[in-house]
Write a protein that binds this ligand. Structure first.
Ligand SMILES: [Zn+2]
Length: 346
């Protein structure tokens, strides 16, 4: 039956603080109310999606559970006294007589796209490690170019309402150059004029922050290299007061430490990657993925898309362990208008 099938995909350990912090939905109360034992992690898969959300009714059931975990509430007067008009997939408020459906006042109502296609689009976007283009969505869903663009844009926005927390503890910072030719070529300023510099900071075992630094200038190395002011600003912006900062020996990092923050370097040029616990090993994976990903995907993309690309990468990386992304994204989409605007932009 639709009720159980759709619900099973939303079971969690009830400890998803990420979601709790950015939406009003209280999942712990939800599960208690439903009297079900949450499983540790129920990750959405393509076959499960196919079985559980291939009909309008199943999608509606899921949306209802996510939008009103404590029971259907009138969007107009907040009354909990509701009658179901099952034949018309609608609810009737017993207090104010307002007639509404689970999609009333949500983004799902704005489009004429069938709900199973919405769910499919959300799933595809959550599962694509490198992101997905509108053209690809168009082909995979069999929708128009305009619809695909709209879905891509709207879902992406809902995937990213998290507020970036400052990085803490042990931070590793690295820089990379994008756009052609070898990385370090001292004295070849003209080559770097065409390169774009990206700074990356990672909290050990935590999140990554990426930033495209424009028009950097270094007296010795020339245009495109970035200077001390930019490097320091990037670090202060994303990690105001970490305990330790590990970097390579780029001169622009010099002086980033202070009495609270130890700055330690590894000599990458001399193939030194580990010295005691001073290393960038834990983040080699992230930087490696980032650089390979850029080489693989970015070399054909123009600079104007770089910021968006970095955003996408950052988001994917930071959500790599979030098994609830599919459910979270749907919840955000169905509750989006209930959230105050400041909460989205704070
Ligand atoms: Zn009402």
């Amino acid at each position: 039956m639709a009720s159980n099938a759709s619900f099973s995909c939303f079971r969690t350990a009830g400890e998803n603080t990420r979601l709790a912090s950015c939406s009003s939905v209280n999942f712990a109360a939800f599960f208690l109310a439903m009297n079900k034992t949450p499983t540790v992690k129920a990750k959405m898969t393509l076959p499960a999606l196919n079985v559980d959300f291939d009909t309008d009714a199943e999608c509606r059931q899921a949306l209802e559970e996510l939008r009103w975990p404590d029971g259907v509430t009138c969007p107009r007067c907040q009354s909990e006294s509701i009658s179901r008009i099952t034949t018309r997939k609608q609810f009737d408020c017993n207090a104010c007589r307002y007639r509404f459906s689970v999609t009333t006042g949500t983004i799902f109502n704005d489009s004429h796209l069938p709900l199973p296609k919405w769910f499919m689009a959300i799933f595809l976007m959550c599962e694509s490690k490198k992101g997905i283009s509108s053209m690809q969505l168009m082909r995979m869903l069999g929708v128009s170019k305009k619809t695909a663009w709209y879905l891509n844009h709207r879902i992406r926005e809902s995937m990213r309402i998290d507020v970036a927390e400052p990085l803490e503890g042990t931070i590793e910072v690295d820089e990379t150059y994008i756009g052609g030719k070898p990385r370090y070529r001292v004295g070849t300023g003209s080559h770097h004029a065409r390169k774009e510099m990206v700074l990356a900071a990672i909290q050990r075992g935590g999140e990554i922050r990426l930033q495209h630094v424009k028009k950097g200038f270094n007296k010795k190395k020339g245009q495109g290299f970035g200077n001390k002011r930019q490097f320091h600003k990037f670090i202060k912006d994303h990690a105001p007061n970490p305990a330790r900062i590990f970097t390579d020996e780029h001169p622009a990092y010099v002086g980033i430490g202070d009495e609270d923050t130890t700055h330690e370097t590894v000599k990458h040029a001399a193939k030194e990657y580990v010295r005691g616990d001073v290393s960038t090993n834990t983040t080699e994976g992230a930087f490696g993925l980032f650089k390979r990903s850029i080489v693989g995907s970015f070399h054909q993309i123009s600079v104007k898309h770089l910021d968006r690309y970095l955003d996408e990468f950052e988001f994917r990386f930071n959500n790599r362990k979030n098994g609830y992304l599919f459910r979270d994204t749907i919840t955000r989409l169905v509750t989006a208008k209930a959230l105050p605007y400041e909460k989205l932009t704070a």
